[in-house]
Design a binder for this molecule. Structure first.
Ligand code: NDP
Length: 471
């Protein structure tokens, strides 16, 4: 059992002022695998002071120096790639396939930011005026548990590219993963105080970061509920905020699609990251006339989904991160039954033989109406809702009838038609014919899925203030 009892402040692993502890429980078998000491407001103050001091010089660093740091980080994290994958599987319960991809994504984020930085113009002209893009200041980074290290690498890499310094508050449920990553960052030889980490609870450490007057910006990934709380508190000191929040993404299968291919892909896609993914396509919109065929294909596909021990390479759905998350998903399955949706697969309870962990049956509801709670609220587990539509216009209307707008997916044999539909969908990312990712394209949500963008030049601009110099 591992004990994580230090924070990372001013370039060193330090004993925290906070003394409370949090037990790290394996989602796979409920054994205790570690314990983490939680920081408090005093620890946040020390971390912010270190970051503020470092900002004075780092904000003036050259682009070449920042690129070198990003290269060092990439090398240091790459060296421990295998360990990072294993600890993520152990602590988070993510499948081997997902944790491998997520770690590769984390490592690649440094290279992507180098590419962005090399082409980025920090000095521009607007009218007759010189516009300098200057680093915003100390950034508070608050992350969730569902791809913890990948979020930290992406956000810290962007902050460094901008010339900012950071204080990170990860989810305490990711403490083992964070510890390994921080060791990599320490190895990379960053200037003291540039990167600081305080483990702790959201309502203590997170709130202290959000309220701190010396923090200029918050970059947050997490639930919409918490994002709103952060935005409200941040306004008192007029902090800049980037919020990456929840989603309830529609997956529109147009009537000209190859259903034999599209439906199995939709089912497996809905279970990406065991369903604990903000971009998961959890609302499958299909033509009403083809519902019977879709049900049959979806049922056949779900029988191929392997729910089980995340260490096995063949597993598609691992356990939920915590018992609380397991209970939350169960409650939504119960709600779906009460609302009168037709249960096509899965349902309440744990799959046979997997009673020791937080395992949920791969579940599909069909004949779902878009006003049901299972179609409107983010479940964050392996639960797919199949929603029939009348025609293309109706599909677009259902897709947009949500408070969220993070991602959407469209499948059609006619790319021009798919593009026409895509341009009418209110979402920050619309993927045509497959689940795609472009690390240089802006990522973020419309409506209550977020504020601002991450990745590439759009993401970098969020960490910069335009200063107009009128000569
Ligand atoms: P939460 O919003 O509960 O927590 C996210 C982080 O915020 C945690 O570190 C948490 O700390 C912290 N936090 C909680 N309360 C506060 C507060 N009052 N002030 C400051 N910080 C606080 O989300 P989850 O960890 O449960 O993650 C799941 C959610 O994240 C889902 O809704 C999902 O959609 C969203 N998400 C969004 C993504 C996107 O890019 N749009 C990507 C991935 C996930 P603590 O752990 O102590 O509660």
């Amino acid at each position: 059992m591992k004990s994580i009892n230090k924070g990372y402040i001013n370039g060193a692993f330090v004993t925290l002022h906070g003394t409370e502890t949090f037990n790290l429980i394996s989602p796979t078998n409920h054994e205790q695998i570690g314990v983490v000491t939680l920081g408090d407001e005093i620890d946040v103050q020390q971390a912010v002071a270190a970051a503020k001091e470092a900002f004075a010089s780092f904000s003036k660093s050259s682009i070449a120096a920042r690129i070198q740091l990003l290269k060092n980080l990439q090398d240091a994290v790459s060296k421990r790639e295998k360990e990072l994958v294993e600890v993520m599987i152990q602590e988070y319960g993510g499948t081997r396939q997902f944790c491998t991809m997520s770690t590769q994504f984390a490592i690649a984020s440094f290279g992507n930011m180098i590419e962005t930085l090399e082409a980025f113009e920090f000095q521009r002209k607007a009218g007759n005026t010189l516009v300098q893009l200057t680093p915003v200041g100390v950034v508070g980074i608050i992350t969730p548990w569902n791809a913890s290290n990948s979020f930290i690498c992406g956000k810290v890499g962007t902050a460094i590219a901008a010339g900012c310094t950071v204080v990170v508050k990860p989810s305490e449920m990711s403490a083992l993963q964070t510890q390994l990553l921080v060791e990599c960052f320490h190895e990379a030889g960053l200037p003291k105080g540039l990167f600081n980490v305080v483990n702790g609870l959201g309502n203590i450490v997170g709130t202290a970061i959000t309220n701190h007057p010396d923090i200029a910006k918050i970059s947050f990934t997490g639930s919409t509920v918490t994002g709103k709380l952060i935005a409200k508190s941040a306004v008192d000191t007029v902090k800049r905020v980037t919020l990456e929040l929840g989603g309830k993404s529609p997956n529109i299968i147009l009537d000209d699609a190859d259903f034999e291919k599209a439906i199995p892909m939709a089912v497996f896609g809905a279970y990406m990251n065991s369903g604990q993914a903000c971009v998961a396509p959890t609302r499958l919109l299909v033509p009403k006339a083809k519902l019977a065929q879709v049900n049959q294909l979806a049922k056949a596909a779900v029988e191929q989904v392997v729910v089980g021990n995340p260490t096995n390479a063949a597993t598609n759905v691992g356990p939920m991160v915590s018992n609380k998350q397991f209970e939350r998903v169960q409650s939504y399955i119960q709600i779906g039954l009460q609302e009168g949706a037709t249960l096509l697969a899965g349902g309440l309870g744990k799959p046979a033989g997997l009673e020791d962990g937080n395992f949920v049956k791969a579940t599909i509801f069909t004949n779902v109406s878009n006003d049901m709670r299972i179609a409107r609220e983010e479940i964050f587990g392996p639960v797919l809702s199949i929603i029939p539509y009348e025609n293309e216009e109706d599909a677009i209307s259902i897709a947009n009838d949500t408070t969220y707008g993070l991602a959407a997916y469209i499948t059609s044999s006619d790319e021009r038609r798919a593009l026409r539909v895509a341009s009418q969908i209110d979402a920050g990312r619309v993927c045509v014919n497959g689940f795609k990712h472009d690390p240089l394209a802006p990522f973020g949500g419309f409506k209550q899925s977020g504020l601002g963008r991450e990745f590439g030049a759009y993401g970098l601009e969020e960490y910069l203030e335009p200063k107009s110099i009128l000569l």
